[in-house]
Design a protein around this ligand. Structure first.
Ligand code: SF4
Length: 278
């Protein structure tokens, strides 16, 4: 029986890894690396390895985003069609485990019991939820990270969800953050989108339902292209600042990360992918 703990590069899974390091000494840690994660995430993983005193296995898909993008005929992944998670995160994990019996430790917190984490459909992998069992909530997670001397990943100053730099779960203000912190990555996301927008012009409204696909997604962020979005940067930042003020006023003396999370949720509070952002 293998004990495995997936690290997403976010705070909850990192805290869980630390929380279990003594009680489950044979734990195998893994990180499903799409190759498109933020530099801050890779840096955080290196620091976490030092705290854990163990390596975190990097599981790479045998084929990257460009390949799957072709396979899905140039359809961007979206909450309705999350082929990226299946092909670039879940499949590498299931390949790594093979037919081994395994217990997967999932970092859903006690204060988010209704959230669903990745639970394999493969019969050899079962899931357990130690934070729910031990009643560890958001504050408990921050305390674990603090006491271990690890703290939060650096991207938490502008983005609250771990995952790919082009993740469609980003809120508008987070896309602006990406354009300012990592202009090179923002440009890459724009280049993917531009390919699609040009393509859409050529295709003249191809019937994708005839190809067995839902309507094709042409932009990363709902309702506008990234260039349009960044053109509205001043407006988006102003709105975000107001939301931050409102969040501060609503709950006094809360950590900055919660102010940021509340403010971003005003834009879109749909849950992020529970495989990629825990
Ligand atoms: S982080 Fe976002 S884009 Fe990347 S695999 Fe997960 S859902 Fe897809």
């Amino acid at each position: 029986m293998r004990n495995v703990c997936g690290i997403s590069g976010g705070k909850d899974s990192s805290a869980l890894a630390i929380y279990l390091r003594e009680s489950v000494p044979d734990m195998e840690y893994f990180f499903c690396d799409t190759g498109a994660e933020l530099p801050e995430t890779y840096d955080y993983l290196n620091r976490l390895e030092v705290v854990l005193g163990k390596p975190i296995a990097r599981l790479n898909p045998d084929k990257g985003f460009d390949h799957w993008f072709e396979v899905y005929r140039g359809t961007l992944p979206s909450p309705q069609m999350r082929w990226c998670t299946r092909q670039m995160k879940i499949k590498p994990l299931e390949d790594w485990l093979g037919d081994d019996e395994a217990v997967s430790y999932v970092a859903i917190r006690a204060d988010e019991k209704n959230r669903k984490g990745y639970v394999s459909t493969k019969p050899n992998i079962s899931a357990v939820f130690p934070f729910i069992e031990d009643d560890i909530d958001h504050d408990g997670v921050l305390r674990i990270l603090d006491e271990a001397g690890l703290g939060l990943p650096d991207y938490y100053s502008w983005r609250t969800r771990s995952g790919c730099y082009f993740c469609f779960y980003q809120r508008k203000a987070e896309w602006v953050g990406l354009s300012e912190r990592h202009p090179d990555l923002f440009e890459k996301a724009v280049a993917i989108e531009n390919k699609l927008l040009v393509d859409a012009g050529d295709a003249g409204g191809a019937d994708y339902s005839a190809l067995g696909m839902r309507e094709r997604q042409f932009t990363w962020s709902q309702g506008e292209s990234l260039l349009e979005l960044v053109g509205r940067k001043v407006e988006i930042k102003a709105k975000h600042e107001i939301a931050m003020e409102r969040a501060r006023a609503r709950r006094k003396n809360i950590p900055l990360i919660e102010v940021l999370a509340d403010a971003l949720d005003e834009d879109d509070d749909s849950p992020a992918c529970a495989v990629c952002a825990l």
